[in-house]
Write a protein that binds this ligand. Structure first.
Ligand code: S3P
Length: 168
């Protein structure tokens, strides 16, 4: 069985859904942002502050290369993990790509409390940044095998849908 890899914009539920999905399927769960932070001995905002976005993306590429060697895992990738062509190729080759999406207003609500830990949404106007980045990234996210809108669904509902799609 291939990996199941969750991709998609910040605040669409990748980590929360991934954790429950892995439990339901009795597979190990890996969160790539957590791995990047652990390897760097820094939080994600600290990496952005000290190495810039380019430094973070380099670390993300290494994490993706590592994750693409895993088997039968559930993997939650960061919201930008598909942007780089090399990353997208590695991820597509190593598993079933599920893109989680949500309406921009829902993403805004879900990310408000965690804005300080989201360097791409601050400083500045987070509503505008969300709309702008979602538009810029639409083509990258469209590379996924399936897309699920999580706006009006519980985590359990999303998990159920993914299991159906993986088996279908
Ligand atoms: C990013 C999303 C974040 C994290 C980093 C960059 C992005 O992950 O990787 O801040 O480019 O969308 P989440 O999508 O898990 O919040």
């Amino acid at each position: 069985m291939r990996n199941i890899i969750l991709v998609g914009f910040m605040g669409t539920g990748k980590s929360a859904v991934g954790r429950i999905l892995a439990k339901r399927l009795k597979r190990p769960f890996v969160d790539l942002d957590q791995r990047i932070a652990r390897e760097a001995h820094q939080t994600i905002p600290q990496i952005f502050a000290s190495e810039g976005e380019a430094g973070f993306r380099k670390r993300e590429l290494e994490a993706v290369a590592w994750a693409s060697g895993l088997k039968e895992h559930v993997i939650a990738a960061g919201g930008g993990a598909l942007l780089e062509g090399a990353n997208a190729k590695l991820l597509r080759g190593s598993g079933f790509l599920v893109c989680l999406t949500a309406r921009p207003d829902v993403i805004f609500q879900r990310t408000t409390a965690t804005l300080p830990s989201r360097p791409l949404l601050n400083p500045g106007n987070p509503r505008q940044r969300i709309a702008q980045l979602m538009q810029l990234r639409a083509a990258s996210y469209a590379q996924a095998d399936v897309t699920i809108d999580t706006s009006d669904k519980s985590i359990e509902e999303v998990v159920g849908e993914i299991i159906k799609k993986v088996n279908g």
